[in-house]
Design a protein around this ligand. Structure first.
Ligand code: IPD
Ligand code: CA
Ligand code: CA
Ligand code: CA
Length: 258
């Protein structure tokens, strides 16, 4: 069954690419959500609606959690659950028209089975099927190697620097690592950890759709995904996120233990 679902998701992603590129040729309809910088566009909504209607048609028993609210009210992870972010990096989408991803995680009884991070503009699909490896398009991604702090490039959200505990957590960490990057799309940052372009990504508050797809891919490669204290994350709740190479993860956790 998973091979068939995988093939279908890939087809749907290619279809959405065509509509998204077409939509980018026209004026976007932009709204705000929780604050003036929390953007949402017609494309975020239409892309989620596309997936929800296709999933309902092909897999009526499956449940869907989607950022824009077109899915179901899901309170437990029993059965098959799709967790979808139709556009991750909406601010990039609006301002840069690049550096945004579609993120999908598919779980069975809480276990990640299929994960997808799709860079729509570059037509680069990062995906994993549990126990069968992770890929960038048709290329197999090698398992993640151990890493150390001194040579690490970490992804983080610059807003973290304003947090009350930054003086004892983020600031010392940023001094110790080789470099830091911020791309404005959690999905992209997970994809960069998966490919070794970055060694870790740290965020104080993400929603399940921001990390579900990425978690499945990075874990397939031996990477570790927890909250900042090193605890497992709940795929139905907001959480801080620390995703890193094996070995390096434990070292990074120490900065957030106090
Ligand atoms: C956002 C991006 C961003 C992260 C925010 C997310 P959205 O997702 O992943 O990198 O810092 O917390 O909300 O809203 O563009 O899908
Ligand atoms: Ca959003
Ligand atoms: Ca997101
Ligand atoms: Ca989104």
């Amino acid at each position: 069954m998973w091979t068939e679902v995988d093939k279908t998701v890939k087809q749907w992603l290619k279809e959405t690419r065509v509509s998204i590129l077409e939509a980018l040729e026209h004026t976007l309809n932009i709204d705000t959500k929780s604050n003036a910088n929390d953007l949402v566009t017609n494309v975020d909504k239409e892309t989620e609606q596309f997936f929800v209607s296709r999933i309902k048609e092909h897999y009526p028993q499956h449940k869907i959690v989607g950022e824009e609210g077109f899915g179901d009210e899901v309170h437990e992870l029993e059965g098959i659950v799709w967790i979808i972010d139709p556009i991750d990096g909406t601010m990039n989408f609006v301002h840069q028209k690049r550096n945004f991803f579609i993120s999908i995680g598919i779980l069975e009884d809480g276990i990640g089975k299929l994960g997808y991070l799709y860079d729509v503009i570059l037509d680069e699909l990062y995906c994993a099927s549990k126990g069968e490896g992770a890929f960038l398009n048709d290329k197999v991604l090698p398992p993640l190697q151990q890493g150390n702090i001194e040579e690490a490039i970490i992804g983080f959200n610059p807003a973290s620097i304003h947090s009350e505990d930054a003086a004892s957590t983020f600031i010392p960490l940023l001094k110790d690592v080789r470099g830091a990057r911020s791309y404005g799309s959690a999905a992209m940052e997970f994809a960069y950890v998966a490919t070794g372009r970055m060694d870790a990504y740290i965020s104080k508050g993400l929603s399940p759709w921001d990390f579900a797809g990425g978690k499945i891919i990075v874990e397939e490669l031996g990477g570790i995904v927890t909250d900042l204290r090193g605890n497992p994350v709940n795929l139905l709740e907001r959480s801080s996120i620390l995703v890193a190479r094996p070995g390096l993860h434990k070292k990074l956790c120490r900065y957030f233990q106090s």
